[in-house]
Design a protein around this ligand. Structure first.
Ligand SMILES: NC(=O)c1ccc[n+]([C@@H]2O[C@H](COP(=O)([O-])OP(=O)(O)OC[C@H]3O[C@@H](n4cnc5c(N)ncnc54)[C@H](OP(=O)(O)O)[C@@H]3O)[C@@H](O)[C@H]2O)c1
Length: 250
């Protein structure tokens, strides 16, 4: 099981999909560096990873700030001496509302984290991956990066943009042993989702009925896809993997 003698950097690794991915890679023997804005949550996640025997460092910072990204990656490379994988997962949602009520401030918040953050991460991860002999990046897009979503056009646009970044940077580095792919989850039952839906069973049933498989996904199902893309999908680059229970096949 502990076959991965590799280092992974995960943004948004202290919760939800990012934490599930950190736990899975650590179970497979990878060194894990997690980044998030809240130091306390980062520490809690580190304790969980270390309690299953994993090696972890946590880095406090904002993915939309270039200095924070540079610092986090420099500390990761210093701690583990390598960088092979990155999961650029940190993202923020947009509050659903009609277009005419949406603000410029919301535009900048969603684009700064979801697009600029992913671009900055790749810009600074790739030099360390080249020093490590190559690597694989997985960006967290969304099923909303494949289809439009009414009331959240900014979120949907950022997730489409993540796929443009993924394909373009995959092409630029294809000959240098760097693969770049995206995952596109549908709704995923993160702790925040469970807490929110727990208060509204009718809403939960309505959301789940949109999925041909009759349920939303689990964080671990996205983590497994990230592991597949990093470890096994050695001829896959510039691709987007849907993990949405058939929703976009309709
Ligand atoms: N859950 C879903 O249904 C779903 C579906 C499709 C796609 N996705 C995508 O999957 C990714 C993770 O979603 P999730 O639901 O697992 O999220 P989550 O449970 O809300 O966790 C978000 C993570 O991102 C971190 N984060 C947020 N803004 C950040 C910033 N500016 N800089 C650094 N870290 C930041 C948070 O930590 P701090 O707050 O400490 O910074 C937290 O660790 C997102 O990109 C999301 O768009 C989710």
């Amino acid at each position: 099981m502990k076959e991965l003698n590799k280092t992974i950097f995960i943004t948004g690794g202290n919760d939800g999909i990012g934490l599930a991915t950190a736990l899975l890679f650590s179970q497979h023997g990878a060194n894990v560096a997690i980044m998030g804005r809240r130091a306390e949550k980062n520490e809690l996640a580190k304790v969980r990873i270390e309690s299953q025997g994993g090696k972890c460092i946590c880095l406090t910072g904002d993915v939309s700030n270039e200095d924070d990204i540079k610092d986090a990656l420099s500390q990761t490379f210093k701690a583990f001496g390598s960088l092979h994988y990155a999961f650029n997962n940190a993202g923020v949602e947009q509050l659903p509302k009609p277009l005419t009520d949406q603000t410029e401030a919301e535009y900048y918040t969603v684009f700064d984290v979801n697009v600029k953050g992913v671009w900055l991460c790749m810009k600074h991860e790739i030099p360390y991956m080249l020093k490590s002999g190559g690597g694989c990046i997985v960006n967290n897009s969304s099923a909303s990066g494949i289809t439009g979503m009414k009331m959240i056009p900014l979120y949907s646009a950022t997730k489409h943009a993540v796929q443009g970044l993924t394909k373009s940077i995959a092409l630029e580095y294809a000959k240098q042993n760097i693969r770049v792919n995206a995952v596109c989850p549908g709704a995923v039952a993160t702790p925040a989702y469970e807490q929110f839906m727990g208060r509204d069973p009718a809403m939960k049933a309505a959301v789940e009925s949109c999925f041909p498989m009759g349920r939303v996904g689990f964080c671990e199902e996205v983590a497994t896809a990230v592991l597949y893309l990093c470890r096994d999908a050695t001829f896959t680059t510039g691709a987007s993997l849907l993990i949405d229970g058939g929703r976009t096949a309709q």
